[in-house]
Design a protein. Structure first.
Length: 364
């Protein structure tokens, strides 16, 4: 046979089996996938849409993924991908991360009580020990279970979260003293919001797990990317509302602890929601969005305090005037409420877009 007929035959074979070229292009994805859903999510991440799937003679990405999954040899495995022993191990791990998520609250509660019952150097020692223990418990929590991000937590994100939590405890008192000409005296930290946020780590982990499991099921029941998006967005909103309800209840409960210094509820709820959304995005592979939102909220709080200090310079009254007016009208709690609330709303709007994609759930 001459070269021309051979080439024509090869072209006809490729056109007769268009999926083969796609399989060759994404072979690593197909071989690594544990089910067709992971292939569908990976294809979407590479820009394959339902319209693209039609060119491969499939009605949607999901049916195309099913064929790709079926074509990849898997060493003659006839049983399920996950053995029964692994399922039992999975249940044990779930119990483990649930207990781990309780640690921040368990560490924070005695530290808050001890801080209220002591004074002088002993109070300082209790505070340092409580802060150190809480930081260690939080790091331990976010490195395992539903709150674990694939790439870890960035240094900038950690710093912004620490500053936001520090402002939740000391920021309102600092701002009030700056406006009055201080700081010229110590002020008690608002420990109840910190305790409520520490206790809320458990519902945050539960809600993150719930969102991952439910989206996986919706991915299995969807027949097209648009169908999955329509199912995933209401689920995300429901999970956020569920977490906010649990957070509000825990913030209110934290005020009942003897010795806990109460703080405004709205700023703490806004901060907790912001931290939850930031972690949820990081878990699903969007750490840049999380870092940007946390950094923006942190920058607003720092700039507000800096503006009051700038007002003490000659000709700086104009810089500090808006902050003074806002604090006189709404109180010092308006600053973290607006900073964290606006960042949380922006992050929620972004999350409803990126977390409604199948590719956001490919690695879970």
């Amino acid at each position: 046979m001459s070269e021309a007929p051979k080439a024509a035959t090869a072209v006809r074979r490729r056109s007769a089996d268009p999926v083969k070229a796609l399989l060759h292009r994404h072979r690593e994805l197909c071989e690594r996938a544990v089910d067709p859903l992971e292939i569908a999510a990976g294809l979407e991440a590479h820009g394959v849409t339902d319209r693209t799937a039609a060119r491969f003679r499939h009605r949607d990405v999901f049916s195309l993924a099913e064929e790709l999954y079926a074509r990849v040899p898997r060493g003659g495995e006839d049983g399920p991908a996950v053995p029964g022993g692994a399922a039992a191990a999975g249940r044990s791990r779930r119990r483990g991360w649930a207990l781990t998520a309780l640690l921040p609250g368990v560490v924070c509660a005695p530290a808050v009580a001890g801080q209220a019952l002591t004074s002088g150097p002993l109070r300082f020692a209790v505070t340092v020990a409580g802060v150190t223990g809480l930081a260690a418990a939080l790091v331990f929590c976010v490195r395992r279970g539903p709150l674990r991000a694939p790439g870890g937590t960035r240094v900038g994100t950690r710093a912004a979260a620490v500053l936001l939590l520090a402002y939740a405890a000391y920021g309102d008192g600092l701002l009030e003293q700056l406006i009055s000409g201080g700081p010229d005296r110590p002020w008690p930290p608002a420990t109840a919001p910190l305790l409520g946020l520490a206790l809320a780590v458990l519902p945050a982990a539960v809600c993150a797990r719930l969102f991952a499991v439910r989206t996986r099921r919706r991915l299995a029941g969807s027949r097209g990317l648009d169908d999955f998006t329509a199912r995933a967005r209401p689920l995300l909103l429901a999970v956020v509302v569920l977490y906010l309800a649990a957070l509000t209840a825990l913030l209110s409960l934290a005020r009942l602890l003897p010795g806990a210094e109460p703080g405004p509820l709205v700023p703490a709820a806004a901060l907790g929601t912001l931290l939850f959304l930031a972690r949820l995005l990081a878990v699903h592979g969007f750490p840049d969005s999380a870092a940007t939102a946390l950094g923006a909220a942190c920058a607003v709080e720092v700039l507000v305090c800096a503006a009051v200090l700038a007002g003490r310079l000659p000709g700086g009254d104009l810089v500090a005037a808006p902050v003074r007016a806002a604090v006189e009208t709404w109180g010092s709690a308006a600053v973290p409420a607006l900073a964290c609330g606006a960042a949380a709303l922006a992050l929620l709007a972004h999350a409803t877009t990126v977390l409604a994609r199948a590719s956001a759930h490919a690695h879970l």
